[in-house]
Unconditional design. Structure first.
Ligand SMILES: [Zn+2]
Length: 109
């Protein structure tokens, strides 16, 4: 008689994002009027939103995030706009992930 042994492994993860002041800046945000808005790099904003830098760039293009471009090619994102939109952005990011993971639709075939 063969006895099978089953082992279940549960992994819980937590994510803590610490942003040092070395790369973050406080700048005036014209969009929300904050004089000293904390500005984040695209990578920092992506880490906070648990999304990819590409998704953050799409949100910027969709005018969902405030940003400044102090130096050509360098984009800094207003933390206020990210914080206000975070639940919605996370939902859209996970929805996009589900669409990528779900099998192609067979409707209309
Ligand atoms: Zn702002």
């Amino acid at each position: 008689m063969i006895r099978k042994k089953r082992t279940e492994i549960t992994i819980e993860t937590d994510r803590l994002v610490i942003i040092s002041n070395s790369s973050s800046l406080n700048k005036h945000c014209l969009a929300c009027g904050a004089e000293e808005a904390t500005m984040l790099t695209i990578d920092e904003a992506a880490a906070m939103a648990d999304a990819s830098p590409a998704a953050v760039r799409l949100w910027i293009k969709a005018n969902r995030l405030h940003f400044v471009e102090p130096i050509q090619g360098t984009i800094l994102i207003c933390f206020n706009s990210l914080d206000a939109s975070l639940p919605e952005l996370r939902a859209s990011a996970s929805e996009a992930g589900r669409r990528l993971l779900s099998p192609p639709s067979t409707e209309g075939i």
